[in-house]
Ligand binder design. Structure first.
Ligand code: MN
Length: 199
């Protein structure tokens, strides 16, 4: 099975002014597509791996054939991370308090505490990578960051993601990663975060 670029549930311009149309278009059509193309190419000669769930391949990357391991980690991770990221964004502004927001308050003391911790993880990730909120096996919410296209799958189930590669913000924010991180809080799809949290 070939991996395909998922369609977005909103238009590229819908996240403006927080994330601009051109960045969204290039990010989705060029960057994400490139990860998919390279993932498909890496798996080209491994039909048995094409049938496996991507999450499973990434969680057990050590079992992958050595010659494609790095390519699958980088490009499979890139596909997995971006697919999740797009789903967790939305132009919708108002959300009712839901289970995940209540649990965030419980575990971090306040939403502000959580926001600060997540923003710090995103701001201090050196070079390219991602900030995450994951649910661990013992139901703890945990903020972390990963390098490059590494996933947090071995730490827990990711329910919130922020891409802090320069390609995610440089056109609009140049070197101002903190401004991009602050803008992100306006475009989070809390219904979707809750859906991942509950399932
Ligand atoms: Mn990206």
């Amino acid at each position: 099975m070939k991996y395909l670029l998922p369609e977005l549930k909103y238009n590229y311009r819908d996240l403006e002014p927080y994330i601009d149309e051109k960045t969204m278009m290039i990010h989705h059509q060029k960057h994400h597509q490139a990860y998919i193309n390279n993932l498909n190419k890496a798996l080209e000669n491994y039909p048995e791996l094409q049938e496996k769930d991507l999450e499973n391949l990434l969680k057990n990357a050590n079992d992958l054939p050595a010659e494609i391991r790095t390519a699958v980690i980088n490009n499979g991770g890139g596909h997995f991370n971006h697919t999740l990221f797009w789903e967790l964004l939305s132009p919708k502004k108002e959300y009712q308090e839901n289970e995940v927001l209540r649990e965030i308050k419980n575990q971090f003391g306040s939403f502000e505490n959580f926001k600060n911790e997540f923003s710090k993880a995103a701001a201090t990730r050196f070079g390219s990578g991602w900030a995450w909120l994951v649910v661990t096996d013992d139901k703890k919410l945990k903020v972390l960051s990963t390098a490059n296209q590494d996933t947090p799958l071995n730490e827990g189930k990711p329910i919130l993601a922020l891409d802090v590669w320069e390609h995610a913000y440089y056109l609009n924010y140049q070197n101002r990663r903190p401004d991009y991180i602050e803008a992100f809080w306006n475009v989070i799809n809390w219904d979707k975060v809750n859906e991942y949290f509950l399932n």
